[in-house]
Design a protein around this ligand. Structure first.
Ligand SMILES: C[S@@+](CC[C@H](N)C(=O)[O-])C[C@H]1O[C@@H](n2cnc3c(N)ncnc32)[C@H](O)[C@@H]1O
Length: 395
């Protein structure tokens, strides 16, 4: 132990009360003491922990720069250029019309993040993470889209103080701040609908891998976007009839998509605003894919009550979205989606327990969690209407 440990702080804003508080105050004082930090970094048994913690802290400090390295690779189409075709700094400088020192700087940064890999003889190829990213066009689309998020986050304290609806993200997700989303024109929904369609492939395969739909006849996808999820479900479960509910101009996109895929005979589409309009009846499975986290509790309750109303007694609601408190992916829920949705001005990531409370209040029984392979991308919970279907007000 260091010769003299920091003295327990007493007083301040609120004096520690029980022994746990006193222990935590002692730990805080140790960890923030430069002398303790020097000692922990030098003492062999604590050295690996100190290094790991220092690295984790540096990653948090530098995370924005890492993201911008990735953004530069995406903006310059660097990764597709390197696919199966390693190149030198000079070759890339000529192709990208950048100075060689700028290319060398970007490549060194990208190598450190495993996006790119040095291949010898001065050549660079795709790194492990770069290759994985190329297999995921949805993630690349999100990287481009993050330009809007990062503009809002350039002054995070200002973003936290901003009026709801005044951010770039609130303008992007037009339904989030609009009092009458049912009247939005096509040009306000097109960009986000394309972004969602691009990232739907992996999400759909996670959901369809987690929940078997063999016993269902009719699947209604509420907030179903351009129909990408329904098209994937239709391919996996040929007995399913399809229904889609979304804002009117989004439904028109789905109509074109289903026509192109030859799915018109299996699908019926309904345009409306789920904050005020009734949902179509007839489905025995209703899915809400990446929908509830966009909305505040009153809207979520309204949607779930409406779902409970239209489902038959043996029906199910399926909720799929990234959730707060996901083990091993905690920063994704509360740091990434928490700030993202706050900047958007509507909704929040919820834990399974918080969703269970809303489901209960809307008249559903306890939800069952179905395992997905990548819970960071989406989790899946399924619930059945309670016999009484009595919905209650949340306190
Ligand atoms: C985040 S997107 C998810 C789309 C799709 N489920 C997916 O995962 O790709 C949310 C969807 O909910 C729809 N939506 C938002 N507010 C709505 C409202 N008030 N009524 C009907 N649909 C709405 C949007 O148009 C959008 O298609």
């Amino acid at each position: 132990m260091p010769e003299s440990l920091p003295v327990l702080p007493i007083g301040g804003l609120a004096a520690p009360r029980g022994w746990r508080d006193r222990l935590r105050a002692w730990r805080e004082a140790c960890l923030s003491s430069p002398r303790f930090q020097r000692w922990a970094a030098a003492f062999p048994p604590t050295r690996p922990i100190a290094r790991r913690n220092a690295r984790a802290l540096f990653d948090v400090v530098a995370g924005f720069v890492y993201s911008q390295v990735l953004h530069a690779c995406v903006q310059l189409d660097l990764l597709p250029r390197l696919r199966g075709r390693p190149a030198t700094v000079e070759e890339l400088a000529a192709e990208l019309r950048l100075r060689p020192d700028a290319v060398a700087c970007l490549l060194r940064a990208a190598v450190s993040l495993r996006l790119v890999e040095a291949r010898g003889a001065g050549r660079f190829g795709l790194g492990e993470q770069g290759a994985a990213l190329l297999g995921n066009p949805g993630a690349i689309a999100m990287v481009r889209h993050h330009a809007v998020l990062y503009r809002d986050l350039a002054d995070p304290a200002a973003m936290l103080r901003a009026e709801r609806g005044s951010t770039g993200l609130a303008r992007y997700w037009a339904y989030a701040a609009d009092a009458a989303p049912g009247e939005l024109p096509a040009d306000r929904v097109d960009e986000y609908t394309s972004l969602m369609a691009e990232s739907q492939g992996l999400v759909a395969s996670e959901i369809l891998g987690a929940y078997a739909m063999g016993r269902h006849r009719v699947l209604l996808d509420v907030g179903g976007g351009d129909g990408s999820f329904l098209a994937a479900a239709a391919a996996r479960w040929p007995q399913l009839q399809l229904r889609l509910f979304d804002l009117p101009p989004v439904v028109e996109r789905a109509r074109r998509r289903f026509a192109a895929a030859g799915l018109e005979a299996r699908a019926s589409l309904c345009g409306g605003d789920f904050r005020r309009d009734p949902l179509p009846t007839g489905a025995d499975l209703v899915s809400l894919v990446r929908v509830l986290h966009d909305h505040d509790d009153e809207v979520v309750l309204r949607i779930l009550r409406e779902v409970a109303r239209v489902l038959p007694p043996d029906g199910r609601v399926l909720i799929a979205e990234p959730m707060s408190g996901t083990s091993g992916a905690e920063p994704m829920g509360d740091a990434y989606f928490g700030l993202y949705l706050f900047a958007m001005g509507s909704g929040r990531p919820r834990t399974v327990d918080e969703l269970a409370a809303l489901l209960d209040a809307a008249g559903f029984g306890p939800p069952v969690t179905h395992r997905t392979h990548v819970p960071l991308l989406t989790r899946v919970v399924v619930a059945a209407p309670r016999r009484d279907r009595r919905s209650v007000n949340l306190a």
